[in-house]
Design a protein around this ligand. Structure first.
Ligand SMILES: Nc1nc2c(ncn2[C@@H]2O[C@H](COP(=O)(O)OP(=O)(O)OP(=O)(O)O)[C@@H](O)[C@H]2O)c(=O)[nH]1
Ligand SMILES: [Mg+2]
Length: 357
């Protein structure tokens, strides 16, 4: 697939919608206090002693409730935007695999961490959710290490957080607790009561607890080091320049879906699925991409298209720019809106859209 190394860091994108209304990190903001040296972060980091030499490789599942920042963390670690992000819960619908490779050099023996971003854990309301939860379980089944992401601003375990804990119960490897969004706290210490709550819910102390801001990068390198110490020794699974294993079509559909999440509200993004119908590379010309945008009701179709097609045009413009940045070349994008009633509950449609394979 196309190397994605040239892509802009999503957090650098000035056109990106604000994250939960939060602006960029700013030395005068409370986040600066949160990252202050007085915070006893080292008290709750628990590095594993030892660490014999040799290349390491393994699978790391990133799990948690919806909207806690799992995809943002994957993107942060990869240094590129691979997994779509939105301010609304349940954006990710598939397991998204990202490969983080560091080749051996004077300083390191090298490693390859296969990161598995997963859909936020929910109690399934639709068949679609059941497929999403299967992807969570499959990821936990493959994982050598699990990073459980929690929202550090929560004061109690939400239903979804409890459901996520329940799903992790069957995982017997190391579980690291990442308390994310600490940039929203005055002091990192405010998140500490959560550590006990999660330890009680998990029935064991996490192998490490790390306050992080996936958005700003605070604590994410420390967390990665702790993950790496727990990844087994072994040879790489993938060539060093490979960033993922999904086809480009998958990412194109995801980019369009992300644009829908950003432009439309209420139920529309949840009732939307995107299918790349045609993807043609045309030497000397722009690539041709045609997508079906599938919704459940004609009323949703009308909203997506908008008055005189204005909403769909705007969607196409923003999605095309993102697709072009992703592919690194020009694209001619055509979008068609279709209605498939209750597709989220229909196995035939779900299979057609790639769920359940
Ligand atoms: N302030 C702040 N916002 C963050 C941070 N990490 C993620 N976010 C925001 O939280 C929202 C959800 O982020 P995602 O990465 O999509 O969360 P997710 O856990 O993958 O969500 P699902 O895919 O829906 O399960 C987005 O608006 C992010 O910009 C962080 O460290 N600080
Ligand atoms: Mg996500």
């Amino acid at each position: 697939m196309t190397p994605l190394d040239d892509l802009p860091d999503p957090t650098d994108d000035p056109s990106a919608p604000p994250a939960d209304g939060a602006g960029p990190h700013d030395a005068d903001s409370p986040a600066a206090t949160a990252s202050g040296a007085s915070v006893p972060v080292e008290d709750i980091l628990s590095p594993m002693p030892g660490g014999a030499g040799g290349h390491r490789s393994g699978y790391v599942a990133i799990v948690g409730a919806p909207n806690v920042g799992k995809s943002t963390l994957l993107n942060r670690w990869l240094g590129t935007k691979l997994s779509i992000v939105s301010p609304r819960p349940s954006t990710t619908r598939n397991r998204v695999l990202g490969i983080l490779t560091r080749e051996a050099d004077d300083e390191t023996d090298g490693h390859q961490i296969i990161l598995l971003d997963t859909p936020g854990v929910v109690r399934p309301k639709y068949r679609l959710h059941q497929h999403m939860m299967r992807d969570v379980d499959r990821s936990l089944g493959d994982a050598d290490v699990t990073v459980f992401v929690a929202d550090a601003t929560e004061r109690r375990l939400t239903h979804d957080a409890q459901s996520a804990v329940d799903r992790v119960q069957g995982f017997h490897g190391p579980v690291l607790l990442a308390l994310n969004k600490v940039d929203k706290l005055g002091l990192v210490d405010e998140a500490l009561p959560l550590v006990d709550l999660y330890a009680q819910a998990l029935g064991r102390a996490p192998d490490a607890v790390v306050p992080i801001s996936a958005r700003d990068g605070q604590g994410t390198d420390a967390l990665l080091d702790l993950v790496l110490e727990r990844v087994p020794h072994g040879p790489p699974y993938y060539p060093p320049d490979q960033l993922s294993e999904h086809p480009e079509r998958f990412f194109i559909a995801e980019i369009v879906r992300e644009a829908v999440f950003h432009q439309f509200r209420d139920e529309v993004p949840y009732a939307t699925q995107v299918v790349v119908v045609t993807f043609q590379e045309r030497p000397g010309r722009k690539d041709y991409v045609a997508c079906d945008i599938v919704v459940e009701r004609d009323s949703q179709k009308a909203i997506l298209i908008g008055k005189g097609g204005a909403a769909l045009k705007r969607l196409g413009q923003s999605a095309r720019q993102e697709i072009e940045a992703f592919l690194g070349r020009g694209v001619f994008l055509q979008l068609y809106v279709k209605t498939r009633s209750d597709w989220r509950d229909k196995e035939g449609h779900l299979r057609e859209y790639g769920f359940g394979r």
